[in-house]
Design a protein around this ligand. Structure first.
Ligand SMILES: C[S@@+](CC[C@H](N)C(=O)[O-])C[C@H]1O[C@@H](n2cnc3c(N)ncnc32)[C@H](O)[C@@H]1O
Length: 279
């Protein structure tokens, strides 16, 4: 596999994933207890985005308006930390997380591709962070439960190989068996609606969940990434309300045709407890 996240860095899908991640971390960090963060598919860490098409339709759209998004201040501050006044580079998940950690928190970032792993080692050096070269699925098994007993696990596979969906569901099931109370964030692409729904439902069956989706194109425009979603298993209290405030504006700002498309659904077992949706 030769996945290069550099093409997608700062895209609308990255913005959604990183906004959800930041909001979850902020909520959990309101409590004084130490937090463990496991980033199972870490990537390169820092990406040049000046002029790249996907960042142009993603973070570049929001950046000039950032003063009008006080609810996303932590996210924009994390991006700003790596830039001057102009936005030239975009921090991937391990750098975003590392920028938010408090002194007693800890991050483990796992990356399987040697090139991306070496790139990450160059840009992320912190005594609170360990970077491992290896497989996400082995890391989930080996590193959970963490000694802190409070954790966020970000699972962000490239979805290049057919087997990844099965590995994801099996790996997550096993992780939940070892560490039931963890907060698990799983990103997924929306290319073909039915395929995305199948994966989302499979994830939602694993525990109490909050599912967030944002589409920049109508669903089912053939052969393109029309949007993406994040399923949060064991969502922290308050995250649903914060996302409910942010998501409609974010969907409007990132839409490719002016139509706002998003969904926010919380579920416990087979019961849908609350839902908000546009389009
Ligand atoms: C979508 S990118 C990660 C982006 C990053 N999470 C972010 O938000 O900035 C997916 C990464 O996972 C890596 N990868 C693919 N399969 C993996 C596996 N089984 N275990 C760990 N990393 C893997 C790829 O090399 C790639 O760098």
């Amino acid at each position: 596999m030769n996945y290069q996240h550099a093409f997608h860095a700062g895209s609308a899908a990255d913005v959604l994933k990183h906004v959800v991640l930041t909001i979850c971390l902020e909520r959990l960090m309101e409590k004084a207890k130490p937090l463990f963060v496991l980033d199972t598919h870490a990537g390169d860490g820092l990406y040049r985005i000046a002029g790249t098409p996907e960042a142009t339709e993603g973070i570049m759209r929001l950046w000039p308006q950032r003063a009008h998004w006080p609810e996303l201040a932590a996210y924009f501050a994390a991006v700003a930390r790596h830039n001057g006044t102009a936005l030239r580079v975009y921090p991937g998940s391990p750098l975003l997380i590392s920028g938010l950690l408090r002194p007693d928190d800890r991050l483990v970032a796992v990356e399987q591709a040697p090139r991306a792993h070496a790139a990450l080692q160059q840009v992320l050096r912190s005594p609170q962070t360990q970077i491992f070269l290896g497989s996400a699925w082995q890391a989930l098994n080996a590193l959970l439960p963490p000694r802190e007993r409070r954790a966020v696990v970000l699972i962000d596979p490239p979805y290049e190989a057919a087997r990844e969906r099965r590995e994801l569901l099996d790996g997550l099931k096993q992780a939940l068996g070892k560490f039931r109370q963890g907060v698990y964030l799983v990103w997924y692409p929306i290319k073909e609606r039915r395929e995305a729904d199948r994966l989302r439902k499979g994830l939602e069956e694993l525990g109490p969940s909050l599912s967030v989706e944002l589409l920049t194109f109508p669903a089912d425009v053939h052969n393109r990434l029309n949007g993406s979603g994040v399923v949060i298993i064991n969502p922290p209290f308050g995250v649903e309300n914060r996302l409910g405030e942010v998501l409609p504006r974010l969907a409007q700002a990132l839409s490719q045709d002016g139509v706002s498309r998003y969904a926010l659904q919380s579920r416990v077992g087979s019961a849908r407890t609350r839902a908000a949706r546009a389009e």
